[in-house]
Write a protein that binds this ligand. Structure first.
Ligand code: F6R
Length: 590
């Protein structure tokens, strides 16, 4: 989704802003722009990538400016709709992330009052409102403007001739980076890592007045204190480190990520898991890949802890008329900023249930809503397709079970031992990629691929399809293996391969039956099975072997194989792997 950046300090703003905009690219965007102020505001913007903009803009002098990467919502991605947007006088510039719901009403009123609009965006009402209210004090004008807005926003406003930026947020992420005689504003932390590791997260309703030497945060016109946090992510973690793509690098980081996340809660790590004593029902809320992790979580809670668990897509849950009663709600979100998940967590919290968030981003909105946050220790994930954060989420879910007082010591020791072996099992997969690459060569020419799974490997099938679809643009569908005979067999043929991650658990025989039914109709099957399994080798057209693990942990090993399969298929098709078209890393609008 849109990325915003602001700089004010003692250095030239243009190179810093363009550099930070490049770092925001991973959020997904289709146009971009920059405005620098120095005796007038100079503005450049266009459809397309930051790199294209860099090639055409001249050097602009000035030590204060704002930048934006836009993921189009209102109006197509073209130069006019790109941010920053200006008021009529050209003296006020604004960048915005979010959606202004009442912009049409505001636009009509402002037009009657004489304001001239250039774009189709909702954002453009903001500089015009600031202009309307501006009587020498930009802070006051922004405050008045915000009281007119309905919807979500993270905005930065800049007025020509001033050295301060005004930032405000409501339901959209924003962070202030504290530098030395320089301060920064950004949508998220990876943009700032080269410049500072000291940040302040704004709360909804905060207005920050950011000068080169100080940051003042106000709320209802009263100054408030927000704690500064130290970011532990390194610059190197947010770089490709010799890999061709972030996705491949992040897949390869998984042994370390699993080790770090286990260590965080069960080694000498700083965090501990403290769940309420009595939990007899759990609701998981999440979207996309995190929703698939939540589905694995349901199995973990029900199978190991014997606690009934329910999983909801956050985007659907938000429209249910009744808010159900649960003892505990677990929101899973890599970014901690997904609008649907945040809204769902806000909806369930007033019912009195204990809220837990599992997220990768310290200080994110999800972490501030929840009663308790369990951080995954995956480091920054740049590729739009989630890989290492998915496995890290699974690890936290396993840890929730393994550390539960409901388990006897033997059982929890067994689970911990299995978890500690996982990094070497995943490493084994990473070291033996040749069969996966070979399989990707076959898949690259397919138009439709189906993934089937059962039990704890059903979410893995869904995740395999999601990953292949989003990175390779091949139509892929994941479904319960048992459902195939109720509908999908009708469309299967020799050109619709079926990928089947098999669990060596109570679903094993039923998976073999499904594979036989599919093969009997001349449909090619690629199975994932434990090494040495000759039965599956005889049955399927191709087998991708996984190292033997306790079946409970097979979602991790199977998912890593399917991530690699998606990666190499996309590579073979020449897709922009890290930044799939139309997708965003952090989906901060509904
Ligand atoms: C797919 C992917 C998305 C996210 C979804 C939720 O690879 O990454 O489906 O899982 O947008 O994002 P988070 O986890 O940040 O809430």
């Amino acid at each position: 989704m849109c990325g915003i950046i602001g700089y004010t300090g003692d250095k030239q703003a243009q190179p810093i802003i363009l550099d930070c905009m490049r770092k925001l690219e991973y959020r997904g965007y289709d146009s971009c722009g920059i405005a620098v102020s120095s005796k007038g505001i100079t503005l450049y913007k266009d459809a397309g990538r930051v790199e294209a903009l860099v090639k055409v803009i001249p050097r602009i002098t000035g030590s204060i400016g704002i930048g934006h990467t836009r993921w189009a919502t209102h109006g197509s991605p073209n130069r006019i709709n790109a941010h920053p947007h200006l008021d009529c006088s050209g003296k006020i510039a604004v960048v915005h992330n979010g959606v202004i719901m009442n912009y049409q009403k505001l636009k009509k009123k402002l037009t009657i009052e004489g304001h001239k609009f250039r774009s189709e965006t909702d954002t453009e009402v903001i500089p015009h409102l600031i202009e309307k209210y501006f009587q020498g004090d930009i802070v006051e004008a922004v405050e008045k403007t915000l009281s007119d807005l309905e919807g979500s926003y993270a905005i930065i406003a800049m007025v020509d001739g001033e050295s301060r930026l005004i930032a405000a947020r409501k339901d959209s992420p924003m962070v202030i980076g504290m530098g030395d005689r320089s301060n920064y504003i950004a949508s998220d932390v990876p943009a700032l890592l080269d410049y500072t590791n000291r940040v302040i997260y704004l709360d909804d309703g905060d207005i920050a007045v950011v000068d080169p030497g100080k940051v003042v945060i106000k709320r209802d016109n009263v100054e408030v204190k927000r704690d500064e946090q130290k970011i532990l992510w390194s610059v190197a973690e947010a770089q490709k480190g010799g890999y061709e793509h972030f996705m491949l690098k992040e897949i390869h980081e998984q042994p370390r990520v699993i080790r770090n996340t286990v260590g965080e809660y069960a080694g000498n790590g700083e965090q501990s898991i403290k769940l309420p004593a009595k939990v007899s029902s759990v609701l998981f809320l999440a979207c996309g890949t995190s929703h698939n992790a939540a589905m694995v979580g349901k199995y973990i809670f029900e199978e190991i802890l014997n606690i009934p668990a329910h999983v909801e897509l956050a985007s659907e849950f938000n429209y249910y008329r009744r808010t159900p009663d649960y003892d505990m709600a677990i929101g899973i979100s890599q970014s901690g900023e997904t609008a649907d998940t945040i809204r769902a967590m806000k909806k369930i919290k007033p019912t009195g249930c204990y809220t837990l968030s599992i997220t990768n981003v310290v200080g994110s909105t999800a972490s501030r809503i929840a009663n308790q946050t369990l951080y995954t220790r995956a480091g920054p994930e740049i590729s739009v397709a989630s890989t290492k954060t998915f496995t890290a989420q699974l690890v936290v879910l396993y840890l929730l079970a393994a550390t539960s007082p409901k388990l006897d010591t033997n059982h929890s020791t067994h689970l911990m031992a299995g978890l500690r072996q996982l990094p070497s099992k995943v490493q084994q997969i990473l070291d033996e990629k040749a069969p996966i690459i070979d399989c990707a060569e076959y898949l690259k020419n397919q138009n439709n691929v189906f993934f089937i799974g059962r039990g704890i490997n059903l979410p893995v099938a869904l995740e395999g399809a999601l990953k292949l679809k989003e990175t390779s643009y091949i139509h892929a569908e994941g479904l319960a293996a048992g459902e195939i005979k109720h509908h999908t067999l009708a469309v299967l043929n020799a050109d619709t391969p079926v990928i089947a991650p098999i669990g060596h658990d109570n679903t094993y025989e039923a998976m073999l039956t499904s594979i036989k039914e599919i093969r009997a109709r001349g449909v090619p099957v690629i199975a994932l099975a434990e090494e040495g399994n000759e039965v599956v080798e005889d049955l399927a057209d191709r087998v991708l072997f996984t190292p033997a693990v306790d079946p409970l942990f097979s979602p991790v090993t199977n998912a890593v194989i399917l991530q690699l399969l998606a990666y190499y298929t996309s590579k073979a098709r020449g897709c922009p792997i890290d930044f799939p078209r139309n997708l965003a890393k952090s989906v901060t609008v509904e």
